[in-house]
Design a protein. Sequence first.
Length: 556
Amino acid sequence: MTDSTHFSAGNTPDAPRSDLPGLLTSLATDLRGVDYTLDGVAGLLGDSANRALNRDQIIPALIATETAARGEAADAALAAVVRLWLLAVPQTQETLDAALPGIGAGGLLELGLIEPVPGSGMLAAKADLRPYGWEADTATAAEGNSGAELWVASDLAAHQQAGVLRYDHVLGIGQASTTLVQATVRRRVSRALDVGTGCGIQSFHLLHHARHVTATDISERALAFTRFNLLLNADALHLDPDRLEDRVSLRLGSLLEPVAGEEFDLVVSNPPFVITPRSFGEEVTDQFTYRDGGLPGDEIVASLVAALPGVLASGGTAQLLGNWEIPAGKPWSERPQGWVGPDVDAWFIQREQVDPEQYAETWLQDASQSRDCRHYQDTYAAYLADFASRDVEGIGFGMVWLRRPPVPAPGGAVRRAAISRFEEITHPIEQPVGPHLGAAVERSDWLASNSLEDAHLLVADDVTEERHQRPGAEHPGVILLRQGAGLRRTNLLSTELAGFVSACDGDLSVGQIIGALAALLGGSLAGEEGFDGGAFRTGLLTEVANLVRDGFLLPE
């Protein structure tokens, strides 16, 4: 790795400047002074307008801020800031000087956050700058994720500007990035890696439970936005602006290339996973770098999944989002299973599946490519032809968790993967789901190292049972266990498994309960004619292990 991969520029063309510490301090002070926070904006707009704004619908917020701008000075100041950066409404110099007196319009111009509107005497947002934050829940607080209130700069989104997005667009805080934030298992680590950092959102969260964070991106502008955001929020992120490198290293390059030969305890990535039709002679400048990795099909995710174990320390984990192609007549999991080596723990959860037409429509709309009818038609056709060339009938989206097994003791056997799960969960789940994913991994590790027959189990607090039967029937035809938390699974129980669960109060061991059920249903373990006690025990143990793995039953 050469020094050229390290990014420390504070004055990158077409990106906010991060080399003016005095102005950054003044900006943070002014934003705090007008209560430009999540709660402050929500209070100004009202619930319904705020919810609409979160859907990128700005009209209700425009109406609310027009009224506030004519009200008391405090509301007028906050309204001006909201209209400038969230609604992309140009403001006068006098308005901005009054709203943000410490930095003023001149300072905002110098930082590159606003620009003059030619011939109008108005000043317009050159970037999006919005409040962002999170509160630590009990589980994540225990792992050092104490919560924060921040301001995050990115490029203006499609609903804030006319025309197609620039190809080096720096994406703001979107649904995919928050999905990864919520899915990440938070634990204290020494070294963490954020691959494809964008505006830096994953790094902000990592800094609350990692001693050092390395962030990579192929876009120099993205790293410039990340550096700006880190230094603007230095206090909330517990950073020393004069010694940023003590806790954060920004690296310029594609995916894992800037960290070749290094190892990390935790890697997160919201990579440019969007499957995009390739064309002959295309250049990097023809690709939306925030979403398009430049490879055909789903190769960007496939190559990243295969390469990630190589940068993980012993016992290290990686979490990412991705798309995968589903060929006609094949199960969705077939391709992802082929990406994972036999010695890597892996858990894929498919959250959504769409057809090629839906996929094309989503991503053409994302970059405002639908605004040019001819271009829209041609690109839509290119998407369909590209998928048809590989006989793709569906595209899956989901979450990926990987782990490099701990290095075995000298002379020990090479450890094979203990976790290999590929499942589809499309119903609503509890957020953040990261703590529940971490607990599920811990349960799988417990099953791998303990005797289940000797264990005493309890039914989890969030689990309920449902029984359904026909009117007048003597016994229920369907027995269900439901989870009220986490992944909110539903499990269909056999009569014997339902009987087992009802006996899980911690008094008897698993082996004792199975023995009692076998005696009740089959006469004895020695077996009566037509009853195989050994097969009964083996089958029930397997089903019980699944209930433990999924969190319906917990070791006492």
